[in-house]
Design a protein around this ligand. Structure first.
Ligand SMILES: Cc1ncc(COP(=O)(O)O)c(C=O)c1O
Length: 390
């Protein structure tokens, strides 16, 4: 359509949403669908968080807040980042956003100029390339190797660099692969980034969902270069099952932080006032840690169940995901492109999964385990049947 901007016509609508809609339509028509496509915890937001938001509403905390968020929340985030992530950010360096998604977008808008390149390791979370395009930048996708657990190496990063490179996106733990970058991985990447002062967008939204011996390492925490180059993005959606609340945040060096707050102030003004009080409870209430431990424990059981089942399926391969709540299944051996594969899987076997092309890998599918063991059992059984018949 002629009246639309080039900016928006260059952007692809979200494929994850289209799968969800197709599955919804089949459900509405009375079909039983086994949903392995979800991207959010399957439990409700804990009551202590809801209660804090009810109280805020009852107390009339219903007006605009400062653009960067209520002072108590920024203070609590500063403490959290120091004690849990080992990074020293003052409250003034923190900007509360409407979800981690807006946090990523603010970060990209703040530093990417028309024509600047942003390196995105692939498979990637669907929205990064589209956000870069909306900001006038050029996404440069770098294919990662299954043999390196779907993580970009410092060498691959260096090879992809050009004089226009402005930013690299590091998502750890990652969606859709569940890969977790170690301290050494991060240090090597930071070293390359520091040659040309390339900004690192560190999306750590899945930080609390890390399993086994693996530990989450915050990118900004590894050394001074990392701190100076990193915009940390995080939020409450996955750790506290608060996807609908829309609360996330950025933390960054002072000069970038100011720009991030300016963008926030001129776009959504502020994250919803009473939702910010809910987020404050998520950080300060003593019920928070047991809630997260429980969630992680439950997801680890499902992860191990799915790993064992997936490993027994012929013609597909899988890397053990150490974080988040997804498996990225390499289906190259089935010889079907991902949309075709997911379409057949949904219409014939009633299993919803997300085609890998949404994440930049057209021979894979993303299967999430944020659903009950019963649904996982039935869904993976059907997926196996599908794979064996191809
Ligand atoms: C890697 C990644 N970053 C950011 C987000 C967005 O999170 P939020 O719901 O807080 O906007 C998601 C949500 O799926 C995600 O997977």
């Amino acid at each position: 359509m002629e009246s639309l901007s080039n900016r928006v016509t260059s952007v692809t609508p979200s494929l994850t949403l289209s799968v969800t809609n197709q599955a919804k339509a089949l459900r509405a028509a009375g079909e039983e669908i086994y949903g392995l496509a979800g991207g959010e915890p399957d439990c409700d937001t804990p009551d202590f968080i809801k209660q804090a938001a009810y109280t805020a509403l009852a107390e009339g905390k219903t007006k605009y807040t400062p653009a960067a968020g209520i002072p108590e929340l920024r203070e609590a985030l500063s403490t959290k980042l120091k004690t849990q992530n080992n990074v020293d950010y003052n409250p003034s360096q923190i900007c509360v956003t409407s979800g981690a998604k807006q946090a990523c977008f603010n970060a990209i808008l703040a530093v990417v100029e028309e024509g600047d390149e942003v390196i995105i390791p692939s498979p990637y979370w669907v929205s990064y390339p589209e956000m870069v395009k909306l900001a006038g930048g050029v996404p440069v996708m770098v294919e990662t190797k299954e043999s390196n657990k779907w993580k970009i190496t410092a060498e691959e990063f260096e090879d992809a660099m050009s004089p226009r490179t402005k930013m690299i996106v590091l998502n750890t733990p990652g969606n859709p692969t569940g890969s977790v970058y170690s301290r050494e991985d991060i240090e090597r990447i930071v070293e390359v980034a520091s040659y040309e002062d390339i900004i690192i967008l560190a999306d750590e939204i899945y930080e609390h969902l890390v399993y086994g011996d693996e530990k989450h390492v915050s990118v900004a925490s590894v050394n001074e270069d990392a701190y100076n180059l990193t915009i940390t993005v995080n939020g409450f959606s996955k750790s506290h099952s608060m996807t609908g609340w829309r609360v996330g945040y950025t933390a960054a060096p002072e000069a970038i932080a100011k720009a991030l707050s300016t963008i926030q102030g001129h776009t959504s003004s502020n994250a919803t006032s009473f939702a910010q009080y809910g987020a404050l409870a998520a950080l300060t209430d003593e019920a928070s840690a047991p809630f997260i431990d429980n969630l992680r424990g439950e997801y680890d059981v499902r992860r191990q169940f799915m790993l064992a089942r997936l490993k027994a399926i012929p013609n597909v391969s899988v890397v053990e995901p150490k974080g988040a709540f997804y498996f990225f299944v390499n289906c190259t051996g089935l010889g079907l492109k991902s949309v075709n594969l997911c379409d057949k899987l949904l219409t014939r076997y009633k299993v919803a999964a997300v085609p890998g092309v949404a994440f930049g890998h057209d021979m894979g599918v993303r299967i999430s385990y944020c659903t009950t063991l019963d649904v996982l059992n039935e869904g993976i059984g059907r997926f196996e049947e599908f794979c064996r018949s191809h």
